[in-house]
Design a protein around this ligand. Structure first.
Ligand SMILES: Cc1ncc(COP(=O)(O)O)c(C=O)c1O
Length: 505
């Protein structure tokens, strides 16, 4: 402890130091906003200060943040949110009547008729009812009970809350949580924070990142030697790998969860982002109920959705919900208590969620424009998914699976042995080394595959296909197709990288 005096006042040393802080927090890693992104922010600052670089702007392909990439918000959503935030606008005849009706209904459900008031901790009741109706419609009439719906601060908050309920035990009895590799790093970060045991199951890159039950069994049996597996997490459509699970695969997973007595967590935040022909989104809840009462009345599950993805892209509002199924009533009471400690999810996010689950109907004035905007965004996302796959597969040394859904690709890169050695000598993992060089030389910001997990000896990066929005913006001014721009930059970079490390010592 340092006792040096500053301005004559003796220092007593910090109470909280990196040595004595919570060690679980130190183990948390979140590559999506990791060192590459920090360097990208620094480079942007350098560019603003006039430092000369081979590029004039950093292209951020590291994050699935649609509006940051230029996607325009859906007008109807913002109209209702504006009315809710500033109710004097209800007198303004520029706003359509259906937007005003929605705003009045939401405001009537808020304390003091204000979205600035706290709400019930589980979320505003009429919004939970709307969520339940949405799920029923989506799942072909399978009932959903609003009491099983918990509104949340984005899906992230709900996922961490459920994990918190599940993690317990010491030593070999510590809860093991099965997560896919590659995974979305919220999961590994939350497990590190909770000191749970992470059980990796690998997706099959050679089969379009599909999930197979034999691999789940392998991972589970190995893990049983050192922990107590209790949870199976699935992301469908997948992040970072963009695969969409078949109905058969979902059935197999549910059967496995039942046989192995596992709690299922179904992360379905990309449920509207399905592009590939022949692929369809099947909710775990629907498949579970279609498998009959043997499954639907026993398998415990939580499924998650969010306002951040799909055609909405409203990440900043932090709206989301989870539906819990077959949860023990006493545990549910504990869950309700746990969420009440944080008072409530953001009320503007709850209002937005209400509009997502209860959009304009065909007999309402905003229906046509709403559908037009929604269809255009989804069509643009589908086109970007197709383009990204096409682009990467034209670059020698890069292979990319079809993007069936979500907003990302996870292409595989071949790295020369000398590049791998050089990376190791610099204390970097090889794909981090590659991505850092790409950032420094081309101004393209990606997340290295190691941040998501990958099979030993393979290297990847995650590319958020939303970035095509930005490239399209360039294409107008440069008279240069976005396809051309990224292909040329990537090809040139990858080719040079390869040659440099093959032919220099
Ligand atoms: C698979 C997956 N789950 C959950 C989230 C968290 O989303 P949010 O907390 O913004 O709802 C994300 C965000 O990218 C995601 O990709």
């Amino acid at each position: 402890m340092s006792q040096q005096a500053v301005n004559g006042v003796p220092c007593r040393g910090k109470v909280l130091t990196v040595e004595n802080m919570n060690p679980n927090v130190k183990r948390v890693e979140y590559a999506v906003r990791g060192p590459i992104v920090q360097r990208a922010v620094q480079i942007e600052k350098e560019l603003r200060e006039g430092v000369k670089k081979p590029f004039t702007e950093v292209i951020k392909a590291n994050i699935g943040d649609a509006q940051a990439m230029g996607q325009r918000p859906i007008t109807f959503f913002r109209q209702v949110l504006a009315l809710c935030s500033y109710p004097e606008l209800l007198e303004d005849n520029k706003f359509p009547e259906d937007a005003k009706q929605r705003a009045r209904r939401i405001l009537d459900a808020c304390g003091g008729h204000s979205i600035g008031a706290y709400s019930a901790s589980q979320g505003i009741e009429c919004i939970r009812q709307d969520v339940a109706c949405y799920i029923e419609r989506r799942d072909g009439g399978i009932p959903s009970n609003p009491d099983n719906i918990y509104l949340s601060t984005g899906a992230s908050d709900a996922i961490v809350t459920i994990l918190k309920l599940l993690v317990c035990g010491e030593g070999r009895d510590r809860t093991g949580v099965m997560i896919s590799i590659p995974q979305y790093p919220l999961y590994s970060a939350a497990l590190a924070d909770l000191a749970a045991v992470q059980i990796n199951y690998y997706l099959d890159e050679d089969n379009c990142w599909s999930l197979n039950v034999a691999e789940l069994k392998r991972a589970l049996n190995e893990a049983k030697q050192h922990c107590k597996p209790r949870v199976l997490c699935i992301i469908n459509p997948g992040n970072p790998t963009g695969q969409v699970q078949s109905r058969q695969c979902i059935e197999d997973v549910i059967r496995f969860a039942k046989e192995e007595h596992l709690f299922l967590m179904a992360d379905e935040v990309y449920q509207d982002n399905v592009y590939a022909e022949g692929c369809k989104f099947h909710s775990f809840k629907k498949v579970l109920f279609e498998m009959g009462p043997e499954y639907s009345s026993t398998v415990e599950m939580a499924s998650f959705h969010s306002t951040s993805k799909c055609y909405m892209g409203e990440c900043g509002f932090r709206g989301g919900y989870m539906e819990v199924i077959n949860m023990d009533p006493e545990v549910k009471a504990q869950l309700t208590k746990l969420v009440s400690v944080r008072l409530c999810p953001p009320v503007p996010g709850q209002a937005l969620l209400d509009l997502v689950v209860n959009p304009p109907q065909p007999d309402e004035p905003s229906y046509t424009s709403f559908m037009k905007e929604r269809t255009a965004v989804l069509a643009a996302l589908a086109e970007k998914a197709r383009l990204t796959e096409e682009i990467f597969n034209t670059v020698p040394g890069i292979t990319c699976n079809p993007v069936q859904g979500a907003m990302y690709t996870f292409p595989r890169i071949t790295l020369p042995p000398k590049a791998i050695d050089k990376a190791k000598a610099e204390g970097k993992v090889p794909d981090m080394f590659y991505c850092m060089k790409l950032l420094e030389e081309e101004g393209i910001c990606l997340v290295p595959g190691s941040g998501f997990g990958q099979k030993d000896g393979t290297f990847h990066f995650r590319f958020a296909s939303l970035v095509m929005l930005i490239l399209q913006k360039y294409s107008h001014s440069l008279n240069f197709s976005p396809f051309c721009l990224i292909t040329t930059n990537f090809s040139a970079f990858h080719g040079f990288f390869f040659l440099f490390f093959c032919f220099t010592s």
